[in-house]
Design a protein around this ligand. Structure first.
Ligand code: ZN
Length: 143
């Protein structure tokens, strides 16, 4: 059975890959008709690119896969609440649903009173504990 937890687990695996690369551990997947069509993790250090957030790469990869710029009938699963840049990109993509693991009170788009595309459904708190723990562990290891 394909549940939100099922796909969030795959996103979390991506976050673990980022962790092993010494990247801030955030991962995401894009799902279309119960099929993963894109997965990615944060690569800002590896690519020396502040825009290389997991979501930005997944949006590009999913659009390439679909052969169209709009991610209609797609769901993005991301371990941490998207930032303002990524929420803007998600809004442009007209993605149908965004599922968020942990909230990011400081840098996330929700507290900035931003919303995504009017048609985009937003779900938060899926595997919240696991998704926030990996980020906390990462920054703890940096101190
Ligand atoms: Zn972002």
């Amino acid at each position: 059975m394909f549940t939100d937890e099922y796909f969030m687990k795959i996103a979390l695996k991506e976050a673990e890959i980022a962790f092993d690369k010494d990247e801030v551990p955030i991962g995401c997947v894009v799902v279309c008709n119960d099929r993963v069509i894109a997965k990615s993790h944060n690569l800002t250090e590896t690519l020396n690119d502040v825009t290389a957030h997991a979501e930005m790469q997944a949006i590009t990869a999913a659009a390439n896969f679909l052969g169209g710029k709009y991610l209609i009938n797609c769901t993005l699963y991301v371990t941490l609440e998207p930032c303002v840049m990524c929420s803007g990109a998600l809004s442009w993509s007209q993605i149908s649903k965004v599922v968020i693991g942990a909230r990011d009170e400081q840098r996330g788009f929700i507290n900035k009173n931003l919303s995504l595309h009017p048609k985009t459904e937003i779900v938060t708190g899926i595997m919240e504990h696991e998704c926030s723990t990996i980020v906390k562990e990462f920054f703890k290891s940096k101190r």
